[in-house]
Design a binder for this molecule. Structure first.
Ligand code: SF4
Ligand code: SF4
Length: 444
């Protein structure tokens, strides 16, 4: 794509990097076929190619974007499906990150929008505030019809629906060091996650049991913070960079003290961001090397276990499971085979979901900010999952689990919960009372 950035604009590193990305696009439009928003909305400006044109025009002219331009960019899920499809290797992820940050700095959003985005950034990155909000949501839920009629009511309604998803009881978020069982085969830091430590503490507990059972010492540093993904998606670049710097310090300290083989992540949305720390902090002389080191250590739990090799199943398996691959897993981190291989090695019958490359609508805080599109994507995903008639749905990202579970009664578990159970851990709460679809026993 031809570009016409001024010399002054190109002197700014983010601008010159975005210009290089734009120039790689050959307008072929292959990406439109796999873009969820183009699939639903049918508007070229809600496709990757359309957004690339809008971003080019905005950045090249250093224009303050209009509300319609911002709306088309806001519709983007950052699912990165277009990057998987693109034959020219267009780095859309970093282009849209820059566009979001540029919009945040130049465009004045309506007051309610600003307030919602500020509230989400504040609540979801703080376990304490998230817990308080869940309590408030449980009190507000009986009034949800009334709330839906308020200005911004659709977003509030979406928040209430997501907050109602059943969460297994678990102890409070744990930090500390968890000893390996038997001969130590490795030592890792486990990201407990800001939202996950509240909404999915049972996932962290399953991951600790699973890793220690496999001879891996697990450390959960007490002062680890949000990875920065949520604020990055909101265009709040400085906050995302501050979060990255904080975590780099925490993990480097741990690495220097006792050594780390990996930083293991059980939420693929966070994993995509942590693996990008090297890029995010590339211009920070004090952090660039350390951030690249941390990014190099970051591994999704499926990636780590696949390399480590897992124990054989001690339960009767053979159940048909639908594996939902999160966008951040398959498009962001390009991890496709590892989770499926682990499940198959344990005897599960793994079914791919039709249209598996299309987002479920979760996408960070997208399901709150764009509830109509998110709900349509969720319902489409559930119809596709139902086609494979699974005993359970398995995924590696809490956001997807919450999003899909908000629209179906089918049980959904995290990958580590199922592997933990198959290799000797407790039955995941979501599967209690579930009858086997193959085999002879009931899962009770
Ligand atoms: S597939 Fe790649 S090169 Fe083709 S229009 Fe999309 S982003 Fe541009
Ligand atoms: S990131 Fe996803 S929603 Fe955004 S343009 Fe690419 S395919 Fe479409």
């Amino acid at each position: 794509m031809q570009t016409n950035f001024s010399i002054a604009a190109l002197a700014k590193p983010p601008m010159s990097e975005s210009e290089s990305i734009l120039r790689a696009c050959v307008h072929c439009g292959f990406c439109t076929a796999t873009c969820p928003t183009y699939l639903l909305l049918g508007d070229e400006l809600d496709s990757p190619r359309g957004r690339i044109y809008l971003i080019k025009d905005m950045l090249e002219n250093e224009r303050v974007p209009s509300a319609p331009v911002v709306a088309h960019i806001d519709h983007c899920l950052s699912c990165n499906s277009c990057m998987t499809t693109c034959p020219s290797g267009v780095d859309y992820m970093h282009l849209i990150d820059h566009a979001r940050s540029y919009i945040e700095q130049t465009h004045q959003r309506p007051m309610l929008d600003r307030a919602t985005r500020r509230a989400l950034a504040s609540i979801l990155t703080s376990p304490r505030r998230l817990r308080a909000s869940l309590l408030a949501a449980s009190l507000a839920r009986p009034f949800k019809r009334l709330i839906a009629r308020l200005p911004g009511g659709k977003r509030l309604e979406a928040m209430l629906a997501l907050s109602a998803v059943r969460r297994p009881p678990s102890s409070s978020p744990r930090s500390g060091t968890f000893a390996a069982h038997g001969v130590r085969r490795g030592r890792v830091a486990l990201l407990s996650g800001c939202a996950q430590s509240v909404l999915g503490a049972h996932i962290n507990e399953a991951a600790i049991r699973l890793l220690t059972r496999h001879g891996v010492e697990v450390v959960v540093p007490q002062d680890e913070a949000c990875c920065g993904a949520l604020v990055q998606h909101l265009g709040q670049e400085e906050r995302a960079l501050a979060a990255a710097r904080h975590n780099v310090d925490v993990w480097m300290r741990e690495n220097e003290a006792d050594g780390l083989d990996a930083i293991v992540i059980t939420t693929s949305g966070c994993g995509t961001t942590i693996k990008d720390y090297g890029h995010m902090l590339r211009m920070d002389a004090a952090y660039a090397n350390k951030a690249a080191r941390v990014a190099g250590l970051a591994k999704d739990v499926s990636e780590y276990l696949d390399e480590l090799g897992i124990l054989p199943a001690v339960r009767e398996t053979g159940q048909r499971v639908a594996y939902h691959s999160a966008c951040s897993m398959q498009h962001g981190q390009k991890l496709r085979d590892q989770p499926r291989r682990l499940l198959r090695s344990l005897g599960f019958l793994v079914q791919d979901v039709p249209e598996g490359h299309i987002c479920c609508g979760s996408a960070g805080v997208y399901n709150v900010l764009q509830p109509e599109i998110a709900q349509r994507l969720r319902d489409r995903k559930i119809v596709n999952i139902e086609k494979v008639k699974p005993w359970a749905i398995v995924a590696g990202n809490l956001g997807c689990i919450t999003q899909i579970s908000s629209g179906t009664a089918m049980p959904m578990v995290h990958l580590v919960e199922l592997i933990d159970w198959a290799t000797g851990g407790p039955l995941p709460a979501a599967l209690e009372g579930r009858q086997w679809t193959v085999g002879v026993e009931a899962a009770v």
